[in-house]
Design a binder for this molecule. Structure first.
Ligand SMILES: Cc1ncc(COP(=O)(O)O)c(C=O)c1O
Length: 392
């Protein structure tokens, strides 16, 4: 009986929603956060929608007779690999369809070289929380987790390691804690310690470009501290997908063999490469602007009671916004705010505790388009809504 009532109720709701959609009648919003976000006129984060237009823009500007790559050979892939190897100051580079594949392979090669099947990285590194245990299951490598979850790895953490490891992986910036970074001196010290102790140092530089303005260093200067480096082309750069793994010649030759073993040697990767190359040239020089914009926006957020950013002052184009409300309470409040103000703050919330949640902010081309007075109004309104919900 209960089940039958549930179905009747659900069908009734769908029927009402259908009428609302068909007739364009304004009704109580049933939108999810992501739907409400997509419907806003201005969005604070990102570069815009990931749609076919993003591809069209790239291909419109390219000669239609440019030949595709074939199984890792051909001008289109070789020229791009050489260009990025030079940008990173590494001997050679290879294009991979994903960073997940590239990094597991990098760690496998370093482990095989030393015949030590263990690596170390941060407890919230991409490999640990987003790759379904690939390193263990596919390669039999044991990861050792360094440092507490809410801070970056320091030299002392590496020195305290009791187990032998073949490689240490550093993720810069450390995404899951708001893009925090160690000081450049710490990086130099860790690099020296690893060299002295026969440990390879690998950089998860998915967002490497985004930290250059903070360190005031070139990509080459940062990468010189690492034996191997991975960078992504779809995050801050805004391409469709794809990654580069760079390092010494022998290491890269070996990684190409593993790429084939993993089925990553697609007959042609040129749609990804052309998009990566186009967007790399389009956005690399904008990283300083994104960084300055992130600091400005974080300051605006921090001026609102009950909202804090992590870090307080961003060190890249990203940070987290922490709000003293549970996700289930903040979500409908944001949907309402987006619909009223036309300003989209985020499309995704994550719980911290039963009392608080956060969202990630990653600044791109969208931010400068947002009228500042409307943004300020939206933040004021957000403050009022939080206050009302908390009954303060
Ligand atoms: C820090 C970091 N490393 C690695 C990856 C993996 O990249 P891909 O999605 O290309 O496999 C990601 C993807 O989000 C990431 O954020």
């Amino acid at each position: 009986m209960e089940k039958a009532l549930f179905h009747i109720k659900r069908n009734y709701v769908s029927f009402i929603e259908l009428i609302v959609r068909e007739k364009g009648v304004l009704f109580v919003s049933k939108k999810t956060l992501i739907e409400a976000f997509k419907n806003t006129s201005y969005q604070l984060v990102g570069h815009g929608n990931r749609n076919v237009q993003v591809l069209k823009e790239v291909f419109e500007k390219i000669d239609g007779y440019v030949e595709s790559d074939i199984y890792g050979t051909g001008k289109v892939i070789e020229n791009f690999q050489a260009k990025i190897a030079s940008f990173l100051g590494k001997e050679e580079a290879v294009f991979f369809p994903s960073g997940t594949m590239a990094q597991q392979i990098a760690l496998r090669i370093w482990c095989d070289e030393r015949d030590v099947q263990a690596v170390a990285y941060h407890p919230l590194s991409h490999l640990e929380i987003h790759e379904e245990d690939g390193l263990r299951k596919l390669h039999g490598i044991t990861p050792i987790l360094l440092a507490e979850k809410d801070r970056v790895i320091e030299l002392e953490d590496v020195k305290k390691l009791e187990d032998d490891i073949a490689c240490l992986l550093l993720e810069l910036p450390q995404r899951e804690i708001g893009g925090q970074l160690p000081s450049f001196e710490t990086l130099e010290d860790i690099s020296k310690y690893c060299k002295d102790n026969g440990i390879k140092l690998h950089l998860d530089g998915a967002r490497l470009y985004e930290i250059l303005p903070y360190y005031e260093k070139s990509a080459e200067e940062i990468c010189a501290l690492f034996d191997s480096v991975y960078i992504s082309f779809y995050k801050g750069i805004g391409g469709i997908a794809g990654a580069i793994l760079a390092g010494p010649k022998d290491f890269i030759q070996e990684s190409k063999v593993w790429k084939r073993r993993h089925g990553g040697d697609l007959i042609s990767l040129y749609p990804y490469i052309l998009s990566a190359d186009y967007n790399f040239d389009l956005r690399l020089h904008k990283m300083k602007q994104y960084y300055e914009n992130a600091k400005e926006l974080a300051e605006l957020y921090n001026s609102v009671e009950m909202i804090t950013t992590k870090p307080l002052v961003p060190v890249s184009n990203m940070f987290h916004v922490h709000i003293d409300l549970p996700k289930r309470e903040l979500e409908p409040l944001l949907v309402e705010l987006f619909e009223k103000t036309g300003i989209g703050l985020t499309s995704h919330l994550k719980d911290v505790t039963d009392e608080a949640c956060y969202y990630e902010v990653s600044i791109g081309d969208n931010y400068p388009l947002v009228p500042k007075d409307q943004l300020q109004k939206a933040l004021n309104e957000l403050h009022e809504k939080i206050q009302t919900t908390k009954g303060e």
